[in-house]
Design a protein around this ligand. Structure first.
Ligand code: TXA
Ligand code: MG
Length: 340
């Protein structure tokens, strides 16, 4: 496995060999502004199949095709309407994935047999240069074994993919940290299928009604303890048992978290900078939503290295970028969630 170091260098010509590998049907891990992607030539059925094998992903879960130009969008998608064009004008390149009608050239393995395809133009220069050199859309899910937290630094994922991919491009820590927002336009309205860095409020600026899909909200509106033992929703999950706690009332929140810390021996508290002082064994998640988004997947991996039996995680308000963060944290905690 080859590592291309673009953490300490901005010599993008180093990406040419990785682009050749993509053209040859091989697997390349590359950074984007959100998380690392596990990439292959999106028009090569065999290569895409190898993504599913390397990641251990179910083949009915469709992949996003990453493009470097609007021309490339039109090569893979059909019947693009005015709202979709407006979304591209306003948010490409950037952390938005638009589900469009797919063209014949997109293999069914990419889309899990759907007649739509998720398309995203990353703002990361490394990602876009790689796609441009490979001159093909790159299919890429987040670089993590299925069910694990997404990779935001190479150090976190190198062991998971050692021997399974041909090249890893190290671009350092990804800027945003949570994945792109996935949207689909239906009957002239924008539906958010997965919350991400681009918020509902951001999308509304183009003057179109935006709907958050029900499954996202119902998942995060439970306000009693759901000690769900099932692995049904397991995603982004540390191996250590975790609980998520949120209250808009800070006193209540701290009191509940302290009580949980007291009642669970050998526990760890993942909390905001300003609340570190209230607990014994802590990891600092940052203070702003941007910082928390940047840090959260790295922290979800770090907790397993701390040799603790129980992790208490502070939640955030479910609005703006907080919606995406809470969507990931609730799954990371397998729905063990208390809201006060
Ligand atoms: O930020 C990101 O989006 C990262 C980076 C690498 O670009 N990628 C990523 O890919 O998160 P993945 O595969 O981990 O998540 C893609 C999500 C999945 O929830 C998938 O079900 C949804 O997008 N998706 C992809 N194509 C779709 C389609 N045609 N219709 C509906 N949902 C789709
Ligand atoms: Mg993923």
């Amino acid at each position: 496995m080859k590592i291309i170091d673009l953490k300490n260098s901005s010599d993008y010509s180093l990406l040419k060999s990785a682009a050749e590998e993509i053209k040859d049907g091989k697997l390349v891990i590359f950074p984007t502004e959100t998380v690392y992607g596990l990439g292959a030539d999106g028009l090569n059925e065999n290569a895409v199949n190898n993504i599913f094998i390397a990641k251990g992903r179910k083949t009915d879960n469709p992949l996003i095709l990453h493009v470097s130009s609007i021309d490339m969008v039109y090569k893979i998608a059909d019947n693009i309407n005015e709202i979709e064009k407006k979304l591209m004008d306003n948010f490409f390149p950037g952390p938005l994935t638009i589900v469009l009608n797919k063209k014949e050239c997109v293999p069914n393995i990419v889309t899990g047999n759907l007649d739509t395809v998720g398309v995203r133009m990353p703002s990361s220069i490394i990602a876009r240069t790689l796609i441009e050199y490979a001159s093909t859309p790159i299919a890429a899910p987040s670089a993590n074994i299925s069910g694990r937290p997404s990779g935001t630094i190479v150090e976190d994922i190198i062991d998971e993919f050692n021997g399974k991919v041909d090249t890893i491009i190290d671009g350092g820590s990804t800027k945003i940290g949570v994945e792109s927002t996935v949207v689909r336009v239906i009957n002239n309205e924008i539906h958010i299928l997965r919350p991400g860095y681009i918020t509902k409020e951001d999308l509304e600026t183009i003057g179109v009604n935006v709907i958050i899909e029900k499954h996202i909200l119902s998942d995060i509106e439970k306000n009693d303890v759901v000690m769900s033992p099932g692995m049904k929703y397991k995603h982004y999950a540390p191996k250590t048992k975790c609980i998520l706690v949120y209250s808009s009332n800070k006193d209540l929140l701290i009191k509940k978290m302290q009580e949980l810390e007291e009642n669970n021996k050998n526990s760890l508290v993942v909390t905001k900078d300003e609340n570190i002082k209230y607990f014994k064994n802590t990891i600092n998640m940052g203070s702003t939503l941007n910082e928390i988004s940047h840090n959260i997947f790295r922290i979800l991996r770090e907790v397993d290295k701390k040799n603790v039996d129980f992790v208490i995680i502070e939640g955030v308000e479910k609005s703006g970028l907080g919606l995406a963060i809470m969507n990931r944290l609730i799954r990371a905690c397998s729905h063990n969630y208390i809201e006060l």
